[in-house]
Design a protein around this ligand. Structure first.
Ligand SMILES: [Zn+2]
Length: 303
């Protein structure tokens, strides 16, 4: 049984870029006669805007993109994220880290690694057991939790390269330990990290197909590694083309993307469909007929 999802962060209303991802995941679910869920990814509470989740749900409804179940909110699911972290830490696959950002940068600089713009450097492994200094932790209380990517990579006979197939981008691979290092599962401020929340929720909601924007493609190997560490199935992945702003950057709430015009949802959907290389709807068509036309086209091209 196909189960797909659209998982927006409520940092602002939907815009042309996020509608492409929403439409693609909805079409893929409908073309597979599957179920389509919406999950509000509001774990990073300081970045969430009040009312944004409700606005997004109203925008989706105005566009005829109705989820098959009431939406899930990550902010209410801390208990199952904690269970997953407990399971990892009991198996020594997660460990506490008390490093500040500055300490991490200093440790990286000492090894001759310098941050370039937009490039997150691998965690230098300062607190990684068994080499960490026990007493260094005792005087420092705020602790984040990290995945031991080295141990997780070696689980169940996998080698250190995570390989997967993206339905649009083709075969992909990454050595997570080398490229990202031991990434955060729970932040020192107590907030859950995106990677852990997504992996636990996709499994808990029995998601079989993830269709999302290409900006998230780089997270996929970390999520697959976590799935393996937690003994969870890996869903099928497809990353959709990004909508680019006039400055060449990905269109986002941060670079002033306009909220969708709810008075003319068909116009917004037409643009999103065009971006997904679907044909314009027949003239005098309604929202419903346009969505069925695109579902048929999608089924021919992508299923
Ligand atoms: Zn540390």
């Amino acid at each position: 049984m196909y189960v797909g999802r659209f998982a927006p962060s409520p940092t602002g209303p939907l815009h042309a870029g996020s509608l492409v991802a929403a439409l693609a995941s909805w079409l893929d679910a409908r073309a597979h006669s599957g179920r389509w869920l919406v999950r509000i990814e509001d774990v990073d509470t300081p970045r969430c805007r009040p009312g944004a989740a409700e606005l997004i749900l109203n925008q989706l409804a105005a566009c005829g993109l109705q989820p098959d179940e009431p939406p899930a909110f990550q902010s209410k699911r801390g208990a199952i994220y904690q269970q997953a972290l407990d399971q990892l830490s009991a198996r020594k696959l997660a460990y506490p880290c008390a490093c500040s950002r500055k300490e991490i940068e200093q440790a990286q600089a000492a090894r001759g690694v310098v941050r370039t713009r937009g490039n997150e450097l691998p965690y230098p492994g300062t607190c990684r057991p068994p080499h960490h200094h026990a007493d260094a932790h005792q005087s420092r209380t705020a602790k984040a939790w990290r995945l031991h990517s080295g141990l997780a990579s070696g689980i169940s006979g996998h080698d250190h390269l995570v390989r997967w197939h993206d339905r649009r981008l083709g075969d992909q691979e990454q050595n997570v330990e080398a490229a990202v290092g031991d990434f955060i599962l729970k932040r020192a401020d107590g907030l859950w990290a995106y990677q852990l929340a997504v992996v636990v929720d996709d499994a808990d909601q029995c998601i079989t197909h993830v269709v999302r924007g290409q900006d998230l493609a780089d997270n996929t190997p970390r999520q697959i590694l976590l799935q393996r560490a937690l003994g969870l199935k890996t869903p099928s992945y497809m990353h959709t083309p990004l909508v680019v702003a006039s400055d060449g950057e990905k269109l986002s709430k941060q670079n002033g993307a306009q909220a969708l015009d709810l008075d003319d949802p068909l116009h917004a959907l037409r643009q999103a469909a065009e971006h997904l290389a679907l044909n314009p709807p027949q003239c005098n068509g309604t929202l419903t007929t346009a969505l069925s036309q695109w579902t048929r086209e999608w089924a021919l091209k992508r299923v």
